[in-house]
Design a protein around this ligand. Structure first.
Ligand SMILES: CC(C)(COP(=O)(O)OP(=O)(O)OC[C@H]1O[C@@H](n2cnc3c(N)ncnc32)[C@H](O)[C@@H]1OP(=O)(O)O)[C@@H](O)C(=O)NCCC(=O)NCCS
Length: 214
């Protein structure tokens, strides 16, 4: 693991006209998607993306993100470096959003939280895994050691995805959070060690779909 691994996976990075690093990747259905860092210019597209999400997918987000204030807050947290944010873009529209929230306080500086959300139309096409992989690479470059995912219990698809990526359940906090509808939900805390994760990803690459998605 380390620089060799990063070189291997960043090999097809393209520096586009705006100087933002981006990757062109293929989904399971053969469609091409661009994954790149989000920029301030994506504000309107990001708002459209969050407003277009299915109610069921929005229900378990930690706050209502479909308004201008929320988008401005996201852009600020990105610009301050507290959150690394990637978007998946198809035909100039954002179809997925992935974030790695860095912990600023000293006692948790080795930890970052991952969040993913994919437009319903593009779910189960491998995009969640692709975005997660890019976020791991960012985590490595930020010297993050552990990645944490906090998921409400009904988000069974997310729990399956993170298990598949090597996350283990650390704790279930009973009735700890409320969903957007105000209903109390158990919060599942999952965690993975970045080094271990890369080993799993290497195995996945050899075994299956990572390679042919590229
Ligand atoms: C969870 C989520 C991010 C998964 O994204 P995705 O692009 O559909 O995931 P992938 O296609 O990469 O799935 C990879 C694997 O995860 C598992 N998985 C993903 N979604 C699943 C679902 N709904 N049910 C069961 N397993 C699921 C499967 O094992 C899948 O592999 P397979 O399709 O070959 O069986 C997406 O469903 C989503 O945005 N949900 C709403 C928001 C959310 O729950 N976010 C997570 C909180 S951090």
């Amino acid at each position: 693991m380390g620089s060799d691994f990063i070189r291997k996976y960043f090999i097809d990075d393209i520096d586009n006209e705006g100087g933002v690093m981006e990757k062109q990747l293929k989904l399971k259905n053969g469609m091409t998607v661009i994954i790149r860092e989000m920029t301030g210019e994506d504000a309107e597209a990001s708002l459209r993306f969050f407003q277009s999400l299915e109610e069921e997918d929005k229900r378990y987000l930690r706050m209502d993100v479909g308004n201008q204030d929320a988008i401005q807050h996201r852009i600020k947290s990105m610009q301050s470096g507290q959150v690394k944010r990637l978007v998946a873009v198809m035909k100039k529209e954002i179809i997925a959003d992935g974030a790695l929230e860095m912990e600023a306080r000293a006692w948790k500086k080795h930890v970052a939280e991952i969040r993913l959300i994919i437009n319903r139309k593009y779910q189960r096409l491998g995009l969640g895994k692709l975005l997660a992989r890019e976020l791991y690479l960012l985590a490595v470059s930020e010297k993050v050691e552990d990645i944490v995912a906090k998921i409400m219990k009904p988000q069974t698809g997310a729990i399956k995805l993170f298990e598949k990526l090597g996350f283990k359940q650390d704790a279930v906090l009973k009735d700890y959070v409320r969903d957007i509808g105000g209903e109390k939900q158990d919060l599942v805390v999952m965690r993975c060690n970045v080094k271990k994760m890369f080993q799993e990803l290497e195995e996945l690459t050899e075994l299956s779909d990572w390679q042919h998605m590229r």
